[in-house]
Design a protein around this ligand. Structure first.
Ligand code: 16G
Ligand code: ZN
Length: 518
């Protein structure tokens, strides 16, 4: 086997990247697609090893660069439960040297980027060379691949996740959605418009819609030009809308129309609309988290399980302070903070009975623990009201993707909540008022010099030592102000985030902080 690996390896020489090394960052490897073949080959080797180490469980490989430009691509590994790969790498090398049985299984998919096709060849070469069985699922969203990994590994067990196919994913989501509609809810204010970033979300949402009756769920798809690769994520999509704070290309919403944007691999979603006078209003990940926590918390209470099942919310430092305050003061729920990156939030949420986690950028989901699921199964409702709440909760636990944030599943979730509450975007927005805020990107000589205080969830800087004390003095001058600096995990830059009561103050504060960072 080793000879075959060496032989195949020669076909995928390392691209010249100068002094730069490839690094498995917050969301896997990501770079210009032409630099990637050797990296994908290595990931193929690694996935085959990881699968063998996990006693032959299926391991997933997703080829995507998510919200980044069309000429980029990337790759990440999905663990047996459908989660992001665990951080211990050293094991694999040892394992490579010793591996005999069992056989491995790697399943993979890619987004709509044309470069994906050749990268899949590099991946397959590594899998063939290591004698690893594989299944190519073609074009899929990142969360669909996570689903497939968990479904594969739970097949035949007492906790089967769903049919092992993309069709099975649609069936599971749509059936659960229909179960949330067990009571006749008045269809609310018009369809939802979905900007698919000209990416994989478009064909996959179209497919999902075939499983949903139009009188229960009506979506109008915008930006679905997957045959024009250079339009992917360009002036559209969740990342663009969130960072630009404006509507995407081809937006033609009337006032109060409900719009959403997915990102290029459909694991993020944000909502937005225009108020009278064309004022743009964003309903980001924080808003989805608060909406979901409010609604699910209410259902738990109504079902009579309030004493047994506790909800917790997980956020990052980027969550708007007003959302945190709303969760703690109005919803009276616990908030935990973790560093940026889905794997951190996911693990923290998994420790709750029901854990709601969302990054402000729109990536998130709601996790139901085994304990909570068992309580939902066992509970004997004492009234029709309890039964109704319980039925909805059970359906939601099936509809919400348990492996990772999933734009399609989150879309259904928000739509269910809005129709149950008979809310339009207006009522949703009015739950709290965001603090004015700003996110800045600063290019520095060496971002690795910026290290945050351990356990501070990136809210305080430890090094360089001079900066935080100066920042504290600046922040103290403003009311309800917050500001933090952290090195990006995906770009060669440092990010500065600030919020305060008035937008002018945010500007002033950030301008001063920036001076110390550069
Ligand atoms: C990655 C993360 C995202 C995070 C972002 C932060 C995943 C799947 N994606 O895109 O969650 O918000 O990085 O980027 O974990 P930054 O470190 O450059 O600010
Ligand atoms: Zn993404």
């Amino acid at each position: 086997e080793f000879g075959a690996v060496l032989e195949a390896c020669k076909q995928y020489p390392r691209a010249d990247t100068g002094k730069k090394d490839f690094g498995y960052g917050t969301a896997g490897f990501r770079m210009r697609a032409d630099l990637l073949p050797s990296v994908i080959f290595a990931v193929g080797l690694l996935a085959s090893i990881r699968s063998r180490k996990c006693k032959g469980s299926a391991i997933g490989v997703m080829i995507t660069a998510s919200h980044n430009p069309a000429e980029d691509n990337g790759v990440k590994i999905v663990d047996p439960e459908g989660e992001m790969m665990s951080e211990e790498w050293e094991w694999f090398a040892t394992w490579l040297a010793n591996a005999r049985d069992p056989e491995g299984l790697v399943i993979f998919a890619r987004d709509t980027r044309p470069s994906g096709e050749a990268l899949v060849e590099a991946l397959k070469a590594a899998l063939v060379a290591t004698g690893t069985e594989y299944i190519d699922y073609g074009i899929a969203t990142t969360p669909q691949l996570h689903y497939l990994v968990r479904a594969t590994n739970t097949l035949g067990s007492d906790r089967e996740y769903g049919e092992v196919s993309i069709e099975g994913y649609y069936k599971k989501l749509s059936a659960a959605f229909m179960n949330t509609m067990h009571i006749e809810y008045a269809n609310q204010a018009g369809p939802v418009y979905v900007d698919c970033a000209n990416g994989v979300g478009a064909p996959q949402l179209k497919e999902l819609l075939k499983y949903l009756p139009e009188d229960k769920f009506k979506a109008i798809i915008v930006n679905d030009k997957i045959d024009q690769p250079d339009r992917l994520n360009k002036r559209c999509g969740a990342d663009w809308v969130k960072t630009q704070q404006r509507a995407p290309e081809n937006f033609n919403g009337k006032d109060w129309d409900r719009w959403t944007s997915l990102d290029g691999d459909a694991d993020r979603i944000v909502y937005y609309f225009c108020e009278e006078g064309s004022i743009f209003r964003l309903l980001d990940g924080d808003r989805i988290a608060t909406l979901a926590a409010d609604y699910i918390g209410e259902l738990v209470h109504k079902s009579g399980l309030g004493e047994q099942i506790k909800l917790g919310v997980v956020q990052t430092a980027y969550a708007n302070g007003a959302s945190t305050k709303y969760i703690e003061k109005t919803l009276k729920l616990k908030v935990e903070f973790t560093p940026t990156g889905v794997k951190h939030l996911h693990h923290a949420a998994a420790r709750q009975d029901i854990g709601v986690y969302f990054e402000a950028n729109g990536h998130g989901t709601v996790l139901f623990s085994e304990r909570a699921l068992k309580a939902l199964r066992k509970h004997q409702p004492q009234s029709t009201a309890q039964l109704n709440a319980l039925t909805t909760l059970r359906a939601l636990s099936e509809m919400i993707n348990q492996t990772v944030g999933d734009a399609l599943s989150d879309l259904l979730l928000v739509e269910v909540i809005l129709s149950h509450k008979q809310w339009t975007v207006k009522e949703w927005l009015s739950t709290y008022a965001d603090l004015p805020n700003k996110l800045m990107k600063v290019n520095v000589m060496d971002r690795n010099k910026f290290i945050t205080v351990p356990g501070s969830a990136e809210r305080r800087l430890e090094r360089p030592p001079a900066i935080q004390p100066r920042m504290d003095e600046i922040i103290a001058k403003y009311q309800d102000a917050r500001c933090f600096v952290r090195a990006s995990g995906t770009e060669d830059a440092v990010r500065i985030y600030g919020e305060a009561t008035h937008a002018m103050e945010v500007e002033e504060m950030l301008a001063q902080v920036q001076e110390y960072v550069i």
